[in-house]
Design a protein around this ligand. Structure first.
Ligand code: G6P
Length: 447
């Protein structure tokens, strides 16, 4: 099986095969624009050929830094938000044993995240909880000026310096930021931190395969070479030389574009394994920031099933018919658990005896697919053989490529996010940042 397969049979009814085929030219054009830089936002296309261009030397440097941090710390605090957080978090959650912390022995450092919120209790409990552990930090910000990670980093930097001194801190803190600009670059230079660069031409939400994602993941013991290899193979599988019919990124982009134009304004990304919950969070930033502008764009939402079939399932089945659903399906679990026969059979489930949990999960998935389809929710199904570094790397790149193509079909610039500034301005004004005094007064009157 290839890295993934995509099945759009269950969108027919809302749109026809002819509707999708009619988008072939637009999709090919979008893919070409990503390749030759002739579309909007062409300064931000560094991710397109990134997997292919990562050298083994670069990966070695990343692994070496990760090993060094791992040798110094039991807990590595990764500080960042948005694209400087979600990629690493998504891959780490997908590939980790969720019960690892219950083990008496931790073979790899524990990676914890900070700077992705402004919760006082989160930061207090993080600092308290890690007090008796050796710590190190990776601070990530492309702009180097984002408030949330900067605030968290102040606290974590103080903690590290108070424990290990300024010199010890310089060995335990690594910064990932712009090559030359921003406060974090200046600070890293002043303090003598090891640094990695986020290339100018790669936006945060497309940066998972740069050191932004790779360093924290390598530190957590993830095989980043395999992650990159999966992405590289997907780069080939979605290239401009791969015909529309065989190109999964173009098919996915065409299916969701056709559905959007037919009135399906909300796309729910569903998975049947909680390990993929943060892949969906990453996907939401990717698609939400890329497409949601100029009064347009599919609203990206997500559910984890079967859990959410017992909550959101009602809405999906019978609520407003503006939904489409994209399912990430996994062919094979890593482990085997079989349902046993029970002598009393009080729950009436002996008919499941001898079956694997994954078989029950698969039938739940198939049953849901048909139920949602019958309820008027068209379904796109993306299947990966299993959850490992290689397939996740491929899946992430697939979504990136399809997002660029979809964005061009929508007619927006998929690589900017001007709308994000509005809340920042108001927050600064309300907090009394110098230069924002008047705006602050106006806003306070309205609260
Ligand atoms: O890496 P940074 O510059 O700190 O940015 C972190 C995030 O915050 C911004 O406000 C943007 O909306 C995101 O696209 C970005 O990924």
């Amino acid at each position: 099986m290839s890295i993934l397969s995509i099945n759009i049979d269950k969108i027919y009814g809302t749109v026809s095969a002819a509707d999708v085929a009619a988008l072939k030219g637009e999709m090919e054009q979008g893919n070409r624009m990503l390749q030759d830089g002739s579309g909007k936002g062409s300064d931000f296309l560094g991710w397109v050929n990134l997997p292919e261009s990562i050298t083994s030397e670069e990966l070695k440097t990343i692994r070496k830094c990760a090993d060094n941090l791992a040798s110094l710390a039991d807990v590595i605090l990764v500080i960042g938000i948005g694209g400087s957080y979600l990629g690493a978090k998504a891959v780490l959650e997908a590939l980790s044993d969720p019960f690892q912390l219950l083990r008496n022995k931790q073979e790899k450092p524990i990676v914890l995240f900070a700077g992705q919120n402004l919760s006082e209790d989160y930061l207090y409990e993080l600092l308290e909880g890690t007090r008796s552990y050796k710590i190190a930090a990776i601070v990530i910000s492309k702009s180097g000026t984002t408030t949330e990670p900067a605030v968290a980093f102040r606290l974590i930097k103080n903690e590290i310096e108070s424990r290990y001194g300024a010199e010890g801190a310089a060995k335990r803190i690594v910064a990932i930021t712009d090559a030359a600009r921003g406060a974090l670059r200046t600070l890293a230079t002043n303090e003598g931190y090891e640094t990695f660069v986020i290339p100018d031409n790669i936006g945060g939400r497309y940066s998972v395969l740069t050191p932004v994602g790779l360093l924290p993941l390598a530190a957590a013991g993830i095989n980043v070479d395999e992650l990159v290899r999966g992405a590289r193979d997907m780069e080939k599988a979605t290239g401009t030389d791969v015909p529309f019919e065989k190109n999964p990124a173009m098919i996915y982009a065409a299916a969701r574009t056709a559905l959007y134009r037919a009135g399906k304004k909300i796309e729910i990304l569903a998975s049947y394994d909680p390990k993929l919950l943060y892949v969906a969070e990453w996907w939401k930033q990717l698609y939400g920031e890329s497409e949601g502008k100029d009064g347009k764009g599919i609203f990206p939402a997500s559910v984890t099933l079967t859990a959410d079939l017992h909550s959101m399932g009602q809405y999906i089945q019978q609520g407003e018919r503006t939904l489409m659903e994209t399912v990430i399906s996994v062919t094979k679990p890593k482990h085997k658990v079989v349902i046993e026969k029970d002598k009393d059979n009080l729950d009436g489930l002996n008919f499941l005896a001898g079956k694997r949990i994954s078989e029950v999960n698969r039938m739940a998935e198939m049953g849901t697919l048909l139920a949602h389809f019958d309820g008027g929710v068209p379904n796109i199904r993306i299947e990966i053989p299993e959850i490992n570094e290689y397939y996740i790397g491929g899946l992430l790149y697939f979504f990136e490529k399809a997002c660029g193509i979809s964005g061009y079909a929508l007619g927006v610039n998929p690589f900017d996010q001007p709308g994000v500034e509005a809340y920042k301005k108001n927050m600064f004004a309300l907090l009394g940042k110098p230069g924002y005094e008047e705006a602050g007064e106006e806003l306070r009157k309205r609260l």
